[in-house]
Design a protein around this ligand. Structure first.
Ligand SMILES: NC(=O)c1ccc[n+]([C@@H]2O[C@H](COP(=O)([O-])OP(=O)(O)OC[C@H]3O[C@@H](n4cnc5c(N)ncnc54)[C@H](OP(=O)(O)O)[C@@H]3O)[C@@H](O)[C@H]2O)c1
Length: 330
């Protein structure tokens, strides 16, 4: 089968698109014929040698997938040949990734793909959707009527947080780094958009939410926590989920006097049951048309290295060239 894989870590050029042996599903595993995959920033950190855990060699890159069940291993109870499925959390914690024509995946990380939802849509929603749901509801305990600030409302995570928060009855303020990104945030349903490149964020947020926001979602890898805490209401919650190497100054005084809470998480450490709960709600939203992933570009799988180049330039070097997800089709 064709796959995009690496045998050593390094720049995007270490990605080979070539032949690998088709995997066989082990006990509890499903063999998925891939319909679409998507890129996440973590794919580029791992490929670049982040060394979070040992990688198999060769290592197939990628976390997200949507496709059709081709074969089932022993003890599989949830799926049958021909079922359409989607999933995430692959290529992580030592598991093989998804950028291949076929993937053997533990059934616990797969979810039914509802009729009428395309493979591209599901692959683009997978990791960012589970992340947004965990952060807003398991950790952020978002309630209808609250105000949410999301940093980068046109980004992969940000555009999903924006739509899910709106669907839950929250008011949403999104930040954007250009007029075009601001327009996208409005189209995604933001009640207010703040231009972080042209406006003072704190005063713009306070104009809309006089008492501050109840939930502040930071997506930056180098956050300014002074700005964050300044924007937050009494007892506000701060969601932190990016920037492994970041060591920002922490505004302790205003934070504790306001009674705020900060919650950090990584989606891949959520249990299979927690992720399935998110996936079920995501399916409901996809079917109802209340969640539409923001897809920037669709590329063929043989362009995996180019996709990594674009993702890295946009997210890591902050070129801002992407608005949403890169999806690849085998
Ligand atoms: N903890 C987890 O489980 C988890 C899960 C998924 C992702 N992540 C991490 O979350 C981060 C975002 O991921 P993503 O997929 O959403 O990336 P992305 O699509 O590249 O989005 C990045 C966002 O950051 C915004 N941004 C860039 N520079 C900014 C600045 N100076 N001020 C304010 N906003 C700025 C961008 O807005 P503009 O385009 O408007 O500039 C863009 O919306 C990455 O670091 C990723 O590794 C963590």
């Amino acid at each position: 089968m064709k796959a995009a894989y690496i045998e050593q870590t390094g720049p995007p050029e270490v990605i080979t698109f070539g032949e690998l042996e088709k995997p066989r599903p082990g006990s509890g595993q499903v063999l998925v014929r891939t319909g679409a995959v998507s890129v996440n920033p973590i794919d580029t950190y791992i490929r670049n040698g982040a060394n979070y855990w040992p990688l198999p060699t060769p290592y197939v890159i990628g976390c997200d997938i949507a496709g059709v069940v081709e074969e089932v291993g022993g003890d599989v109870t949830r799926y049958q040949v021909g079922d359409r499925v989607w999933g995430s959390n692959q290529g992580l914690m030592g598991r093989q990734g998804t950028f291949a024509e076929f993937c053997a995946i533990d059934e616990q990380w797969l979810y039914p793909l509802p009729e009428g939802v395309t493979d591209e849509t599901a692959a683009a929603t997978a990791l960012v959707g589970i992340t947004a749901h965990l952060g807003l509801f398991r950790d952020g305990e978002l309630k209808a009527g609250e105000t949410v600030f999301v940093q980068g409302g046109s980004g992969g995570v940000g555009s999903t947080v924006l739509q899910m928060a709106k669907a839950a009855g929250a008011r949403v303020i999104a930040s954007a780094g250009s007029a075009q990104k601001a327009q996208i945030c409005h189209e995604l349903g933001a009640d207010q958009v703040v231009r972080y490149d042209a406006q003072d964020v704190v005063s713009a947020v306070k104009q809309f939410a006089t008492d501050g926001v109840q939930l502040y979602w930071e997506t930056r890898r180098e956050p300014d926590l002074d700005v964050a805490v300044n924007c937050m209401s009494e007892r506000g919650r701060l969601i932190l989920m990016a920037g492994r190497d970041a060591r920002p100054a922490f505004p302790l005084g205003p934070f504790y006097v306001k009674g705020c809470r900060a919650i950090g998480f990584v989606m891949f450490k959520a249990t299979a049951d927690e992720q399935r709960e998110c996936a079920d709600r995501i399916n409901d939203m996809l079917v109802a048309g209340r969640l539409k992933p923001r897809i920037d570009t669709v590329l063929p799988l043989c362009d995996a290295a180019e996709a990594h180049r674009r993702q890295e330039a946009s997210t890591v070097r902050q070129s801002g060239q992407l608005a949403g997800k890169l999806v690849l089709i085998p």
